[in-house]
Ligand binder design. Structure first.
Ligand code: ZN
Length: 424
């Protein structure tokens, strides 16, 4: 399965805005999307996207409508949904309008505080996860520049409000995060989902990020299904239109989340360790999920989701092998291997594996040489690094997931620069 640059374009919002319901409901595509509902008294806006997209989004909105923003709802506290507010707030101040009500789950504000505490770490981490779209910039968020919610919800009951003769219902469910809200607008038959729907396999089990919740995600999808909506404005990607499509997308996503959750749980109960569970899960992954347009591993992917379930219920000791409890340093292990067979033998063996397209096994063999670098002749080490770089690049070509591609590419680039510095 492959995916195109076009998919990424949709995902990061490089497409024109969409309007439905006689031009009263708008999707402003961005990273992430902004949902706008027009009433005769002003606008209800769902999410405000990434800081870097703020100017563009402001211009787009003001081409569509001049009405003031009266309510801003945050789907969750991630930086691509809550930090792009500046031009919108400047306008409010310039025009002397009243500040909008900012509605969010109470955990959103806790998340803002966490981002302030972990600022340096998150800059480093996001620079890796988003390297292909961020380039070298590492100032994606300025965690001190936040809009503090004025209405903080505990999520126990739906939060209802009427505005401009339209009813709005803010619901809480857990999925990607524990701070998520989704909006239901009955009159427009519209759901604004935030990242509970991202037109990709859900971002559950992201290798860089904290725990996420597959079972609760399935329940969120089922709660949305009860509304029988005609539109979903997703957190990322284009609008989902038509009752049939909406139902199908929610249903298949719910099913996929139940599947990965229940199958991993079953194997935990059978006393299996992570490696066995992971490989068995790959073998049983049903085609109906594999081939579904909305479950493509564009951003999140099934392989990550297996980790998510395991991690939700399991500690960090995941092999069942006491050797792995407090392992020696990996470069010391590699140096011991090279005491019993020469680095050339590992190198030649890696090349053979590569010929057979056994990329992953070839990487493990090359790592023995690369990790034991001090005990390896310089030329051979450089050759091993070059081949590892090539393998990583070839894996990127075959890889649909944006996050996996970035991890592999970052690795290839690091090797490239270490080869350069060694040649000097
Ligand atoms: Zn997002």
């Amino acid at each position: 399965m492959s995916f195109s640059q076009n998919d990424i374009k949709f995902f990061i919002g490089m497409i024109p805005p969409q309007s439905v319901e006689d031009g009263t409901v708008h999707l402003i595509p961005s990273f992430g999307n902004i949902g706008v509902i027009e009433t005769n008294e002003g606008l209800v806006v769902f999410d405000i996207a990434l800081r870097q997209f703020a100017r563009r989004n402001f211009k787009t909105l003001r081409k569509i409508t001049k009405k003031p923003i009266k309510y801003l709802i945050f789907s969750h506290g991630h930086f691509d949904h809550c930090y792009g507010f500046e031009p919108f707030i400047s306008e409010i101040k310039e025009k002397g309008w009243e500040m909008p009500e900012i509605i969010a789950h109470e955990n959103v504000y806790k998340r803002f505080k966490k981002y302030q505490m972990l600022d340096d770490y998150h800059r480093w981490l996001n620079a890796q996860q988003f390297s292909s779209v961020m380039g070298r910039s590492n100032d994606v968020i300025e965690p001190d520049k936040i809009l503090k919610p004025t209405v903080m919800l505990d999520g126990k009951e739906p939060y209802l409000f009427d505005f401009g003769d339209i009813e709005f219902e803010v619901n809480h469910d857990i999925g990607e995060t524990d701070d998520s809200s989704w909006l239901w607008v009955p009159e427009k038959e519209l759901i604004c989902s935030g990242d509970l729907m991202i037109s990709s396999y859900p971002n559950v089990g992201n290798p860089y990020k904290v725990q996420r919740y597959p079972k609760r995600w399935a329940i969120a999808m089922e709660n949305m299904m009860e509304k029988e909506a005609k539109y979903i404005i997703p957190g990322h990607g284009k609008m989902i239109e038509g009752k049939e499509n909406v139902r199908e997308v929610l249903e298949i996503t719910a099913e996929a989340m139940h599947f990965v959750h229940d199958e991993v749980v079953k194997r935990l109960n059978e006393g299996k360790w992570f490696e066995q569970i992971f490989h068995e899960m790959l073998e049983i992954y049903p085609d109906k999920f594999k081939n579904h347009e909305y479950l493509r591993p564009l951003y999140g992917c099934y392989r990550f989701a297996i980790h998510a379930v395991y991690r939700l219920y399991h500690g960090w000791y995941d092999t069942g092998n006491p050797t792995d409890l407090f392992p020696a340093r990996s470069h010391e292990i590699a140096q011991e291997f090279l005491k019993i067979s020469k680095p050339e033998e590992y190198f030649n063996h890696a090349k053979n594996l590569l010929k057979q397209q056994k990329f992953q096994l070839a990487l493990h063999m090359l790592d023995v040489i690369i990790k034991a670098e001090k005990n390896v002749p310089e030329e051979l080490l450089l050759d091993a690094l070059k081949i590892k770089q090539e393998i990583l690049e070839q894996k990127v070509e075959r890889e649909p997931s944006f996050i996996v591609r970035n991890i592999l590419n970052n690795g290839a680039k690091r090797i490239k620069s270490s080869i350069k510095s060694q040649k000097k």
